[in-house]
Design a protein around this ligand. Structure first.
Ligand code: RIB
Ligand code: CA
Length: 315
């Protein structure tokens, strides 16, 4: 079976970097678009370029939005470091961004066989929809790492990618595209730990060494924040939703993004009420248009991640 074709819109970010590696192993990555998020746009773009150098691929990287539709940029230096890839040995390379027009690239590349995997704030996608409201429906689908069906990570109820640009997220969730949402409720099921980092350190592969450094840094920072030396592999889940859909269980539900709540801005409000028989929409409710992921086969998923990083089964 041919590999799915996709664009990754990202804000590298350690887990974005692992997602890029995983995508290049299991998909035809026709391009990378970058956005401000975990770190400022210059840093996320430099990091995406460095990962393509590490992979030895010529995937074009197109710079995108330097901030949200409304308000100021939010970053996550406490988790990923000021550079976005804290603790990782930098690689010298001569790579340059292919353009400053991520939105134009997203619009020009869209076709019914192309997926967009969005693992950062959704600003670029919203700007594409501003220029062509039908853009989302012209795609095979959009797989989003973002939101949550339960608790948040930036506030009690908001997840970072949505919180960083709620107006953009609302536009994407309402665009009519085939949407899969991999929220924190799902991504917390796929976790790295020190044993995994040690296994990667013992693997003679530049990708494994990069990942070991990434996990060590993430675990150090997350231990400081939470006391636990583990990290959720958020962004790879959104890639697996396209490359290995059989590993995820999803439910078709209505999802809205809260924009105004004093305590709830950036929350993905998921209608988890039982739906009437026969697939009818509950009277007065929004139509269930999002495939919300609730479960992942974490063991098989982690096997796909470590294999993409160069770990042989026997190691
Ligand atoms: O909340 C997790 C998300 O925020 C991930 O995409 C991570 O990379 C950060 O961007
Ligand atoms: Ca990300």
């Amino acid at each position: 079976m041919s590999k799915p074709r996709l664009i990754i819109d990202c804000d590298p970010g350690h887990d974005d970097a692992i997602a890029l590696i995983l995508a290049h192993r299991h998909a035809e990555v026709v391009g990378i678009t970058t956005v401000s998020g975990n770190a400022p746009l210059d840093a996320t773009t430099d990091n995406a370029l460095m990962v393509t150098a590490l992979l030895g691929v010529d995937t074009p990287v197109h710079r995108g939005a330097a901030g949200p539709l409304v308000g100021e940029p939010a970053h996550a230096a406490a988790v990923h470091g000021e550079s976005g890839l804290g603790g990782v040995e930098r690689i010298d390379h001569q790579r340059q961004a292919a353009s400053d027009d991520a939105v134009g690239f997203l619009l020009d590349t869209a076709d019914e066989a192309l997926w967009v995997v969005a693992v950062g704030p959704l600003t670029n996608l919203a700007l594409a929809l501003e220029r062509d409201p039908a853009w989302g429906r012209r795609l095979a689908g959009i797989s989003i790492m973002g939101g949550s069906t339960d608790i948040g990570n930036v506030t009690r109820v908001a997840e970072f990618n949505i919180f960083a640009d709620p107006e953009a997220a609302a536009r994407v969730f309402d665009c009519g595209a085939r949407l899969t949402m991999c929220g924190l409720n799902l991504t917390r099921q796929l976790r790295s730990n020190d044993a995994l980092a040690e296994r990667l350190r013992r693997t003679d592969s530049p990708l494994a060494q990069f990942a070991a450094q990434s996990f060590d840094d993430l675990h150090d920072r997350i231990e400081t924040l939470t006391g636990v030396r583990e990290a959720a592999l958020h962004d790879p889940c959104a890639v697996l939703a396209v490359t290995h859909p059989e590993l995820l269980e999803t439910r078709r539900q209505a999802v809205s993004v809260e924009l105004d709540g004093k305590h709830t801005r950036g929350m993905t409000v998921v209608d988890q009420r039982p739906q009437p028989p026969g697939g009818a929409t509950r009277r007065g409710a929004d139509a269930p248009t999002v495939n919300v992921a609730y479960k992942i086969d974490a063991e098989t998923a982690m096997g796909a991640v470590v294999e993409a990083l160069g770990v042989k089964n026997r190691e």
